[in-house]
Design a protein around this ligand. Structure first.
Ligand code: SAM
Length: 343
């Protein structure tokens, strides 16, 4: 190793190349290479190319890139999945991130291609990336079945991966009923009923989402039921519950919308009822974790918050005893209680 090697700005070089690595992972996922290799011994590039319907030389380069990134094993007999590819990259893996990867490729990649304009203009770049300006973030996703399914699969990937840590961040056994507002496919709800068998859980989401949840339900005899209710949390009555949940909802919306939502939740909460917020909580400098800071660059009208900002926000709407638990997973948890009348 030459003396200069120790002076190499490896972090910077890695960042310069980051887009190539992301795209290699995205394309291998889109082509379902990891699904193709699941449960098989080593497979030759030519056989993968024939089955997937791609060029041999291109496939070989992509497979080598994946091996170099640690996603595949390469041996003289061919390529095979690593354990983590089986768990996270196959579309039916235990903690599949396939849905989130496809969303990253099809939706976030075009948005981030326009990051320079996004920074100059301070706005989301839907019009540049997709040729249209959406008035509501979610109308974007729900206007066609394929895009909706892709978005829900992306939400499901992350929710499933984080659900256990969110559900157990605090002891929630004192609650009898919970309502997960914007609970999407019910991934967190299903984890909650597993962890707290006496808790009855309702998922509340837009009708377009609720009508599409069946695909995502866990199967098996011992799966406890979860109730799905459709509605608009800005306009409609919220289901009764003694624990409300907002997971990855607050960061999407501007202050005026948050005002409507938190006022409504606060109004329906009885003293002693609680609100559980699941978000990535930023450090006080608001530069870590980078996953949340980078997410901000998609320029939704909402924002990521630090622990003290969540505390201040929740207290403003009559919640007290705000506790924050950094889980070490992608989502942290914030629990707070509706003030009793005497306080
Ligand atoms: N809570 C899920 C999670 O953590 O994976 C999903 C988070 S996703 C970023 C936001 C969810 O809020 C979506 O499922 C979306 O359909 C829902 N949502 C958006 N606007 C809504 C509204 N006005 N009323 C009810 N749900 C809404």
């Amino acid at each position: 190793v030459s003396q200069n090697a120790s002076k190499l700005p490896s972090k910077i070089l890695e960042l310069i190349d980051g887009f190539r690595a992301s795209k290699a992972l995205f394309v291998a996922s889109k082509l379902k290479i990891f699904d193709h290799l699941k449960g098989k011994g080593p497979v030759k590039a030519v056989d993968i190319a024939n089955d997937v319907g791609t060029s041999v030389c291109g496939t070989e380069r992509l497979l080598d890139a994946c091996a170099s990134l640690g996603l595949l094993e390469k041996a003289p007999q061919g390529y095979s999945n690593t354990d983590s590819a089986n768990t996270y990259l196959t579309s039916d893996g235990k903690y599949s991130l396939h849905g989130y990867i496809i969303h990253s490729n099809d939706h976030l990649w075009p948005l981030f291609t326009n990051l320079e304009s996004a920074v100059k203009e301070g706005s989301r770049q839907n019009h540049r990336a997709f040729g249209k300006k959406a008035d509501d973030l979610f109308k974007d996703y729900y206007h066609n079945q394929e895009v909706k399914q892709r978005f829900m699969a992306a939400m499901h990937s992350i929710a499933h991966l984080t659900a256990r840590d969110v559900a157990t961040a605090f002891d929630l056994s004192q609650f009898k009923s919970a309502c997960d507002l914007g609970g999407c496919t019910g991934a967190l709800a299903h984890e909650l009923v597993q962890v707290y068998p006496n808790l009855s859980v309702t998922v509340f989401d837009l009708p377009e989402v609720i009508s599409n949840t069946s695909y995502f339900q866990p199967s098996g005899q011992h799966v406890a039921p979860v109730t799905f209710v459709s509605g608009d949390f800005f306009k409609d009555n919220l289901p009764e519950a003694d624990l409300y949940i907002l997971s990855r909802v607050l960061h999407d919306w501007p202050d005026e919308k948050i005002h409507v939502l938190l006022s409504k939740i606060s109004a329906v909460c009885r003293p002693g009822s609680a609100l559980l917020v699941a978000e990535t909580v930023l450090d006080e400098q608001k530069i870590r974790p980078s996953v949340a800071v980078l997410q901000s660059l998609s320029m939704t009208e909402g924002k990521q918050r630090s622990g003290s900002e969540y505390k201040q926000l929740l207290e403003k709407y009559g919640f007290t005893d705000v506790q924050i638990k950094i889980t070490g997973n992608l989502l942290d948890a914030v629990l707070c209680f509706k003030k009793s009348l005497s306080l």
